[in-house]
Design a protein around this ligand. Structure first.
Ligand SMILES: [Zn+2]
Length: 70
């Protein structure tokens, strides 16, 4: 069933924006609906989410370590 290949590409393009919360609610729902039914995209989505660090947490940890060293 290769009819969704274009859809996969569009969804994968949207994924970084969804993870970054830089897209519309509509796009986020489209991505989540797609990964729910597409194993391949679900894997890519999980990998992307795991690869993106949470900047706030990182900064906090850095700060704590710096304070401890002082
Ligand atoms: Zn897909």
């Amino acid at each position: 069933m290769p009819e969704d290949l274009n859809d996969c590409k569009i969804i994968q393009d949207l994924m970084p924006l969804v993870i970054d919360e830089a897209c519309s609610e509509e796009s986020r729902r489209a991505v989540e609906a797609h990964v729910a039914g597409c194993t391949n995209c679900a894997k890519i989505y999980e990998t992307m989410k795991a690869a993106v660090p949470a900047p706030a947490v990182d900064a906090n940890e850095d700060h704590t370590i710096t304070n401890l060293n002082y």
